[in-house]
Design a protein around this ligand. Structure first.
Ligand SMILES: Nc1ncnc2c1ncn2[C@@H]1O[C@H](COP(=O)(O)OP(=O)(O)OP(=O)(O)O)[C@@H](O)[C@H]1O
Length: 762
């Protein structure tokens, strides 16, 4: 192996030299391109400002300016591409590749291919490095030695995989190298997983596992559902998947056509470096709360966290909620909108300056004039167009009123010129024509709010309509009183500009179906992380909102914080039924990578079907369970924190809710400088943090202390999901402090899976 190592290092040196060589060329070209961009930009701004005043033929000027603008765009693009090349080369310079495969191809020729973060070709166009996303690289991740197949543009090709080698290369030096027959061997993974946690999630490109690779390279499913146990690399895999999709559909897909629903802002920040580290731009990221807020402007939409917190004291009607969050309920809404009679449709006045501009009655008349056989959304669209035309006529009429000319005469030169617009200076044949133009524009600007209100369908009174719907629906149920109460609560909240989460989705769906709005047809991929936190109704709304997109939905049915856990099979069936797509694919990940073996074994012992979870063999200490009262618990915690601090970067104290986290923070802040994290935070500092478990979703910490694992917080099986989620956030160390009578759930765990510490009263 020594000789081989030396040979491999020689090759690394050669590749590094080639990279340096290419870097010199790119840097030179980049400097030139930069100079050109500056010159073109300057030329453009001079031309654009001078010519419009000095040249008579405005259209010729416009054409010239257009041309120049295109030129600017082109040179800027060239510069951006070169910069990207420079960044890639610099990265390859540090660590050119991480894998090598030796294959015998169909023509019986032996070839050695090296796999890295990006491709590199030499002057003869030979590949010195293959991008990890190249078709042939699939062999590296998928194949064990022997016959393998891989995709090519002309179908699947076959080859014999003779050897697979893995490298760790740092600063151009091979620090670790070994051959492996496994997909991607344990040794490198051991090393990667033994690292301490960081502010940002790392990419896993060098150690992607076979089943993760299936997720990454799936290009055919309309609905890909990934059920993976805690720490199985779901999030890692889908971020790699996004990089893969962007690479393979360069022409048709851009990162802003991909949206990821993430559980909270801390998580959004945590994963924000993965794609850039793979040389790609980030996709759009949004939390459910942000998405709803944008679509229900002016209303404070209850968040999942607010609801969870509120319900700790006042449990809600779970049956009603389950009904309203079901696929059936969405169908009921759809049926209701199809059948609303003209007279039952609710319109709202459009007001201007406190007076009615278009009355609800007038709008209703306009609506009822539209052809009855057309669909409701089509009739609404025609109504909208009629109202806009009417507004235009009113603008022309209003522009002739004396107050308008008086107001225009009051304008100073600058404002007048702004109103007229540079392109219209000296365009009109008579000053009357110019005045007419300016007056109309003046009124149009004044009436913009009215236009916006029509354009945004504010003439449809969705709130009253939804209240009517609740009444109509409730009357058909066996318990109408519940629905009367629901309606009253909805209206009462509305008074305060608030809306419950459970109402938000049906209301938006109703609005969109009636007005034919709310659909984004450009979005090509929707990713939903932590699927178990979303209701089917919410997912169906996403499907409506992004009708052309493909869906990748991932999560863990057993990390349910906001409801009881559900078996993975049941969750998958529900999803498949609701989405009804042609190509659905389900991938299950059972191996957990995040935590030490001891932590994974402990966490899974809480779950009814925890047996299917496989721990990765990385050793650590047994989790500690401390049985204590509240006072002793705190003393223990203090001592523990002092001990841990020296050893680990991140220590997270996880509580059941925000109130308990706040209380602990008050008790610890002064002594430990701990940080309390809330729903609006984005950053997890590298120190002691205190947060409720729902904000720790998707995150991981070197060391986790679950505080308050007692009977009050976790009384029964409904809170299994929470305990399991807490335990599975820990990478290297886990401690549970009861600070009260131990939760009965602890009794389900075999005593040899943890180290008990009973603090006796003295
Ligand atoms: N193939 C891999 N190579 C290296 N590290 C990996 C691999 N797969 C997963 N990991 C690591 O395991 C940890 C868990 O991964 P990730 O957060 O993606 O899992 P998850 O399934 O989304 O977890 P959860 O549902 O518990 O939030 C991360 O630290 C990740 O880097």
């Amino acid at each position: 192996m020594e000789a081989e190592l030396s040979q491999e290092q020689t090759r690394v040196d050669e590749v590094v030299t080639e990279i340096e060589h290419q870097l010199v060329t790119v840097e030179k070209t980049l400097a030139k391109a930069h100079a050109e961009t500056s010159a073109v930009e300057q030329n453009y701004s001079e031309n654009a400002s001078i010519n419009t005043f000095e040249i008579d033929d405005a259209s010729e000027t416009n054409a010239e300016v257009q041309q120049q603008r295109q030129l600017v765009a082109r040179v800027v693009e060239t510069e951006t591409i070169l910069k990207k090349q420079e960044t890639t080369l610099n990265e390859l310079h540090e660590s050119p590749y991480f894998g090598r495969i030796d294959i015998k191809d169909a023509a019986d020729e032996n070839e050695s291919l090296y796999i890295g973060m990006a491709s590199l070709q030499d002057a003869e166009q030979d590949f010195l490095i293959y991008d990890w996303r190249a078709p042939v690289s699939a062999i590296y991740y998928n194949g064990t030695l022997g016959d393998v197949t891989y995709p090519t543009p002309n179908g699947r090709a076959t080859a014999e995989l003779l050897n697979k080698r893995q490298f760790t290369i740092q600063h151009g030096k091979i620090t670790n190298m070994f051959d492996t027959d496994e997909t991607v061997g344990d040794e490198m993974l051991q090393y990667a997983l033994g690292q301490q946690s960081d502010e940002y999630m790392a990419n896993i490109v060098a150690t992607i596992q076979k089943e993760q690779n299936d997720i990454i390279r799936d290009t055919t499913s309309d609905l890909l559902v990934v059920q993976g146990v805690a720490g199985s690399g779901k999030t890692s895999a889908i971020l790699q998947r996004i990089a893969f999709l962007l690479f393979h559909s360069r022409e048709e897909l851009s990162s802003d056509q991909i949206i990821l629903f993430s559980p909270n802002r801390l998580f959004s920040h945590y994963i924000s470096e993965v794609l850039p580290s793979l040389g790609e731009r980030n996709m759009r990221q949004v939390t459910l709360a942000e998405f709803l807020k944008a679509r229900l402007e002016g209303l404070n939409v209850q968040t999942l966290f607010n609801r969870y917190e509120a319900e700790q004291n006042a449990p809600a009607n779970q049956k009603l909620r389950a009904e309203m969050e079901s696929a059936d309920f969405m169908q009921v809404i759809a049926k209701y909108t199809e059948q609303i009679a003209d007279k039952a449709l609710r319109f709202a006045d459009i007001e201007y300056n406190g007076a009615v501009f278009f009355s609800a009655y007038h709008i209703k008349v306009v609506y009822s004039r539209q052809a009855k056989e057309a669909k409701i959304a089509e009739r609404m669209l025609r109504t909208k167009n009629e109202l806009i035309n009417e507004l235009k006529r009113k603008i022309i009429h209003e522009a002739q009123q004396p107050w308008v000319s008086a107001a225009i005469n009051e304008l100073d030169d600058e404002h007048y010129r702004d109103l007229l617009g540079l392109e219209n200076v000296e365009k009109f044949e008579s000053s009357d024509d110019e005045m007419e133009y300016v007056s109309e524009k003046f009124v149009r600007i004044r009436f913009k709010k009215i236009y916006d209100a029509i354009y945004n369908n504010h003439f449809f009174d969705v709130y009253s309509q939804y209240a009517d719907f609740l009444t109509a629906y409730g009357e058909q149920t066996a318990e109408p009183a519940i629905w009367v109460e629901k309606r009253e609560r909805f209206l009462a909240e509305l008074e305060y500009h608030r809306i419950d989460l459970v109402d938000a989705i049906p209301l938006m769906y109703l609005r969109d179906l009636v007005t034919g709005s709310g659909q984004n047809r450009r979005m090509q991929h929707v990713f939903i992380d932590e699927m178990q936190d979303y209701s089917i109704a919410q997912m169906l709304y996403f499907k409506h909102a992004f009708p052309r997109a493909r869906y990748t939905i991932l999560g863990d049915s057993e990390q349910a914080l906001f409801r009881s856990i559900e078996s993975p099979a049941a969750l998958l069936t529900r999803l498949k039924d609701a989405f009804q797509v042609k190509h659905a694919n389900l991938i299950t990940l059972n191996k957990s990578y995040r935590s030490t073996k001891q932590i994974t074994e402990f966490g899974k012992a809480f779950l009814p079907d925890g047996d299917q979870i496989q721990a990765f063999t990385r050793d650590g200490d047994l989790p500690i369970v401390v049985e204590s009262d509240a006072k002793q618990g705190l003393t223990y915690l203090r001592a523990k924190l002092n001990g841990l601090r020296a050893n680990y970067g991140t220590v997270a104290i996880l509580t059941k809710n925000a109130g308990q986290a706040e209380k602990l923070q008050q008790q610890l802040r002064r002594e430990f400088g701990s940080t309390l994290l809330t729903a609006t935070d984005r950053l997890v500092p590298n120190d002691i943090v205190i947060l409720p478990i729902y904000l720790a979703k998707g995150l991981e910490f070197d060391c986790v202390i679950a505080y308050g694992v007692n009977r009050d917080n976790y009384p029964d099986a409904d809170s299994l999901g929470i305990i399991y989620t807490i335990a599975s956030r820990a990478m290297h160390e886990l401690t549970l402090i009861t600070a009260g009578v131990p939760s009965p759930l602890l009794a389900t765990v075999a005593p040899d899976l943890y180290q008990p510490e009973v603090i006796v009263n003295n």
